[in-house]
Design a protein around this ligand. Structure first.
Ligand code: BGC
Length: 722
């Protein structure tokens, strides 16, 4: 028996329709399956709607643009309905009932509308859609029309809209639409990258009415007696040349085969696949309905974005749910989304790490171009693995552009990726992955740092100058405590991985070391850099200095600016923000989260928290969940819960005002981390054994989660008494 609370916490609903939240709800109602993401745009369209269909890996660099975009593909959604000649639209006739529900458990979006025409006829329209988890090329829609008052003549027109752009940028060329019976095929090619794309929509109506097609639409016309219902099933298959040499033929074949199965069968297979996902990834919280729904929502969004069968793509900062950050991949994937997958879906985690492995060449190119050795991963990455961070911002109100330095100097990403590889290895025990792929990532990024670290003879120490740590309000700083500490940790780990390889996989290990030119001298240098890495700190208070000179900056009392939604660098201006101690996001606190006990004693952690917490602006959505995690570990439960619930609602409640650009995927993954690593205190001890150190919010009666540890699925149930 499913309890009403359980049922409610799987559903995210909108009722009535709120046109002012059009783009917010489009984003949160995105459906996806790790291959495609389709925003929650209405079938009949709406003024200003951002119909968006994104598929991993299809990037294109349009002429005149600074960097490539993830391409908006032809929109498979459009279905228009005429009731006695009147076109259904939410701004026409009278909407007398509206409910849109995303069922997170079954990953299906349903919209029910009671609509009265201006002539007084009433119909109930039900729209359903899901991106099949059983067959990732397939998007399934069903539209049901029921005559409630009157017996109207109904006309349905369905199409695939190829006139799509990325907010005005045209990425498609050679666009062709053809129709055969009740099937529409759109083919296109991306202008620069040359990917071939095919979308094929096949239809079946529950009535024996032949389709009358015109040049771009499949049309059905029929009489609908009062109390009767018809249903149209539309199955769209998407293929690109990344999956097939003949995407058009593949899409046609897939659409046919899926349509032949019928809606119910497709839905059953989809639900069965989702049941498997939730079996390991669901977190259950008793005593907090808001948190329960939110964590299911955030987990859903990571799962629908995680590639299942393609290890050459990764998840962008905004998943496949919007145009934000142009679909580019950041550290968000490795340090925020990946842990949820490492622990609950290790195969998906492996896929994502393989993306970095396959893109090592891009990282090596970046290192060479900057005069270094080894592999220096791009801050923003796409399909090629080359650096794709734009160097300049969009024009500011005064017409000037701001130089963006992250692509040059936010170099900690190379270590973040190595950290993720080692986390994956520790949790899964997947030695094969480490030997064949992971070690190469860890070691070649260490080679980069070995060539990057600068020796300061005056102080007999190693330094890293011109860096950007997680706090991007302060650019090109010297000796970022976060970066320097992580690099020290990275070099130590690289040496340990080398030793492990030579003991356990001598042959393969030796071959790799030779190939990467990792000599005894190089290893000795790594050890020296790690031993002499400069980490600025106040020796008395034990507080790290975020970077050299940070303690001399102007200190602002952020409470004077509360309440606010705008970021402090926007309020203060880019230049002034750099001269203050206001920090964008968890930086030293991030270090505490990543290094845990290795950061220092409990007193030191508390002292660092006390110093940095009042300075943080949470200007990045990555910040609150990391703070929640660390606060929970420090036993600051009230603060931890406040930060956690904020993070959990960032997208649901549009707390940053920009969900229109897409889901804040790192915040979504961060919510899981705050629960698992924060409140549950899930961790691996030095021997790699699973431990929990619970610190639950006082009103949670219990918390249950699942974790794979070295291939074994464990259920962890914690109660208020634990
Ligand atoms: C954050 C970065 C993050 C990026 C993409 C920025 O605002 O400061 O840490 O990687 O957004 O989410």
């Amino acid at each position: 028996m499913i309890s009403p609370v359980d049922q409610r916490t799987w559903l995210v609903s909108e009722s009535p329709f709120n046109p002012f939240k059009l783009h917010h709800t489009e984003t949160i109602f995105t459906v996806g399956n790790g291959f495609m993401g389709v925003r929650g745009t209405f079938e009949e369209g709406y003024s200003g709607a951002l119909a968006t269909t994104l598929v991993h890996g299809i990037f294109n660099h349009a002429e005149g643009d600074l960097v490539p975009d993830l391409v908006n593909l032809p929109n498979p959604l459009p279905v228009q309905i005429w009731v006695d000649g009147e076109l259904f639209h939410l701004n026409a006739g009278k909407v007398i009932g509206f409910r849109r529900t995303l069922d997170l458990k079954r990953a299906v979006l349903t919209r029910e509308v009671l609509w009265r025409t201006s002539q007084g006829l009433v119909v109930k329209l039900t729209f359903e859609r899901f991106a099949s988890l059983a067959d990732e090329h397939i998007l399934v829609q069903r539209v049901r029309v029921r005559a409630l008052l009157g017996s109207p003549q109904i006309e349905i027109r369905s199409t695939v809209d190829a006139k799509v752009t990325n907010l005005g940028t045209q990425h498609l060329t050679d666009v062709q639409t053809s129709l055969t019976g009740a099937e529409i095929l759109v083919t296109a090619r991306t202008t620069q990258s040359g990917y071939g794309i095919a979308v094929c929509a096949a239809h079946s109506l529950s009535l024996e009415t032949p389709a009358q097609s015109d040049s771009e639409q499949v049309c059905y016309t029929f009489a609908l007696p009062q109390e009767n219902e018809i249903s149209l099933t539309k199955v769209s298959a998407i293929y690109t040349t990344r999956q097939s040499d003949q995407p058009a033929a593949a899409a046609q074949k897939a659409a046919h085969a899926a349509l032949a199965k019928g809606y119910e069968m497709l839905f059953a297979a989809h639900c069965a696949a989702w049941e498997q996902y939730w079996h390991t990834s669901d977190v259950q919280i008793e005593g907090d309905e808001v948190a329960q729904r939110a964590v299911r929502f955030t987990t859903y969004h990571v799962l629908i974005a995680a590639p299942r069968h393609d290890e050459r793509v990764s998840i962008g900062a905004k998943t496949l749910s919007g145009f934000g950050y142009k679909g580019h991949v950041f550290w968000d994937t490795e340090l925020f989304m990946l842990p949820l997958l490492i622990v609950t879906q290790p195969k998906l985690a492996r896929n994502l790490l393989m993306y970095r492995y396959h893109n090592l060449q891009g990282a090596r190119n970046k290192a060479r171009a900057n005069g270094y050795e080894g592999a220096m991963f791009p801050w923003e990455s796409t399909d090629t693995g080359e650096e794709t961070t734009p160097q300049w911002s969009h024009p500011q109100p005064d017409g000037t552009r701001i130089r963006i330095w992250t692509g040059d100097n936010e170099q900690h990403i190379s270590t973040d990726i190595a950290y993720a590889v080692l986390q994956y290895w520790r949790w899964t025990g997947d030695d094969e992955f480490l030997v064949k792929y992971g070690a190469e990532i860890v070691l070649d990024t260490a080679v980069f740092w070995g060539s990057r670290a600068e020796y300061n003879a005056e102080y007999d120490r190693y330094e890293l100058r011109r860096q950007i740590g997680p706090d991007e309000y302060h650019e090109n700083v010297n000796n970022s405590a976060f970066t320097n500490s992580m690099v020290r940790w990275h070099l130590q780990q690289a040496l340990a991985v080398r030793d492990w390889l030579l003991i356990h996989h001598r042959h393969a290990g030796q071959a790799l070391l030779t190939r990467l030119n990792i000599t005894e001298e190089r290893c000795a240098k790594w050890a020296e850099i790690a031993a002499k890495m400069y980490i600025p700190r106040d020796p008395e208070a034990g507080v790290l200095e975020q970077f050299e000179g940070f303690f001399q900056l102007e200190r602002l009392d952020l409470t004077h600016w509360q309440p606010r939604v705008a970021n402090m660098d926007w309020i203060l201006g880019h230049q002034r923000a750099q001269r203050t101690m206001v920090i964008k996001q968890a930086d030293i606190v991030m270090l505490m989260a990543l290094l845990g006990d290795q950061f220092g004693t409990l007193e030191e952690r508390q002292a660092n928290w006390d110093f940095y917490y009042p300075l943080v602006d949470h200007g990045s959505s990555l910040s609150p969940s990391t703070h929640a995690w660390v606060a929970a570990r420090l036993g600051l439960l009230e603060e931890a819960y406040k930060l956690f619930i904020y993070a959990a609602n960032i997208d649901l409640e549009d707390l940053k005002g920009n969900v229109s650009d897409g889901i804040h995927a790192a915040a979504c993954g961060g919510v899981w981390q705050a629960i698992a690593f924060g409140f549950a205190g899930l961790c691996l001890d030095e021997r790699g054994e699973l431990q929990v150190q619970p610190n639950l919010p006082s009103h949670w009666r219990s918390l249950t989660l699942r974790a794979y540890h070295r291939g074994q699925l464990k259920t962890i149930r914690l109660t208020a008494q634990d």
